[in-house]
Design a binder for this molecule. Structure first.
Ligand code: ADP
Length: 455
């Protein structure tokens, strides 16, 4: 069931319940009033007739004739007068005796002085009437035709108006719900049109303060995030394919060239080793990309445990030196470490090692002396690592770009690379809730400072 139908139904049910209670109240109170008023009328009729008769102003026969000839004799109040010993003194119409008085009834009237009762649709009163020193018992009974007709009309009016009101409520409720939910329908229409090709479209926000406006704003924020991550992915994929294409093209050309004619064994060896070098470069690149993808994961996907950074740095140094024999990495503690926890972080050892290897390798490869100095210290809640070199440095204008994926600085001729290292390192540091900063002076050297919260 749609929210619109639910709202309409709820609105209608609520209104119907209220209206029904209201109609029942009106009907019941009208019925009670009619009954009360008719008892009063019966009483008056009884007393009027008793006065006329007992005062001997009108002969009983005359009263009976008047009664018989009244236009609606059937519904005329029928009056009977008895003495206190149950002797009938007068009866409007004995042959149509509407209620049968009994000795018990007469006794009740004498005792109660006045009684009211119903017999089917008949209403009756019995009163003890005092006239000129004597007591009489008068009864009057009739069906309140006029009152019942009015009540019936009221019932019909209430039923018809109830039905009309409900139909009207359903229609109004439906349109109301539609109007109230129109902004949601607009959002649905608009969202349906958004695909990967038009991620730049945004939902219209009519009123930021209402719930629908909030929904649209939140959705637009989500689109912003999606768009930028989608753009980054596109950029990444095009960079990757570009980076992969170049070494592949070189390998293909080299091998094709080697096959064009018969060559010496030496020349084949040369071609194979050159192709091998390019293939190794490709392997390094794909490893880097793999690590970048790993570091881009949701943090919850990466297993984290308490890790000592000095040990990781030693491992990283070993890896760097194994891969490049001429590189030199010095690790030193800048201050006394009283507690191992000060240099331990909650982190992923594999990723942290990748980041440290990158920083050490960069320091070595961009310095003539192929050396990188790593200093370990801590301050407050952070462990601080400085990767310094005395190499060629980075010009100021390049500093804001060096952490972008695939960015290579003007000094790239100095050393081979793919521009992935620093962006990967930054991602890893951010994953560990840390920061990475760079200070560099061209010609003097570069220092990368990594700060991470220790355990
Ligand atoms: P790559 O080293 O593969 O070129 P990186 O992402 O590691 O890619 O570094 C990006 C750029 O930052 C490098 O091309 C280089 O210009 C500059 N750079 C990084 N580290 C250093 C450093 N220690 N000394 C000088 N330049 C550096």
């Amino acid at each position: 069931m749609t929210i619109r139908s639910k709202l309409t139904l709820l609105f209608t049910l609520l209104f119907a319940a209220l209206l029904l209670a209201f109609a029942i109240f009106i009907y019941v109170s009208s019925a009670a009033t009619r009954e009360d008023e008719y008892y009063k009328r019966l009483q008056q009729q009884a007393i009027t007739k008793a006065n006329l008769l007992l005062g001997a102003e009108v002969a009983p026969e005359v009263l009976q004739v008047i009664y018989k000839n009244s236009p609606n004799a059937l519904f005329q109040e029928e009056v009977a007068i008895y003495d206190t010993t149950f002797h009938l003194l007068y009866h409007d119409a004995v042959h149509v005796d509407k209620i049968k008085e009994t000795g018990q009834m007469i006794q009740d009237i004498i005792r109660e002085k006045e009684i009211q009762f119903t017999q089917g649709e008949l209403q009756a009163v019995g009163i003890l009437y005092h006239f000129k020193g004597r007591n009489y018992v008068i009864t009057a009974a009739a069906r309140d035709e006029y009152g019942f007709t009015k009540l019936q009309n009221l019932r019909y009016t209430l039923i018809i108006s109830f039905c009309l009101a409900i139909i009207l409520t359903i229609i109004i409720g439906y349109f109301f719900a539609r109007k109230a939910l129109q902004p949601v329908a607009d959002i649905v229409d608009k969202v349906e049109d958004i695909t990967a090709t038009n991620l730049d479209s945004r939902l219209p926000v009519n009123n930021e303060k209402d719930e629908i406006g909030e929904l649209a704003v939140t959705f637009n924020h989500m689109l912003n995030r999606l768009e930028s991550s989608f753009d980054a992915q596109k950029q990444f994929v095009s960079n990757v394919s570009h980076e992969l294409r170049t070494p592949l093209a070189i390998i293909i050309t080299e091998l094709e060239l080697a096959l064009t004619k018969e060559r010496s064994q030496e020349a084949y060896k040369q071609a194979i080793s050159s192709a091998l070098q390019d293939a190794q470069r490709l392997a390094r690149l794909s490893n880097g990309l793999l690590n970048l993808a790993k570091a881009s994961y949701d943090q919850r996907e990466i297993s984290m445990k308490t890790t000592r950074l000095d040990e990781l740095l030693l491992d990283a140094r070993e890896m760097v030196i194994k891969a490049n024999e001429d590189y030199k990495v010095n690790i030193l503690f800048e201050q006394e470490i009283e507690n191992d926890d000060y240099i331990s972080v909650t982190g992923n050892a594999y990723l942290l090692k990748v980041a440290f290897v990158n920083l050490m390798e960069n320091g070595c490869k961009f310095s003539a002396n192929r050396q990188s100095q790593v200093a370990i210290s801590w301050f407050g809640k952070n462990v601080i690592l400085r990767f310094a070199d005395t190499g060629i440095g980075i010009p100021d204008e390049e500093l804001p770009h060096i952490f972008q994926p695939f960015y290579r600085g003007g000094n790239k001729q100095f050393a081979e690379g793919h521009g992935i290292g620093l962006s990967l390192t930054q991602k890893i540091v951010l994953l560990h809730k840390g920061t990475i900063q760079v200070a560099s002076q061209p010609g003097a050297g570069t220092t990368f400072t990594v700060e991470m919260p220790h355990v």
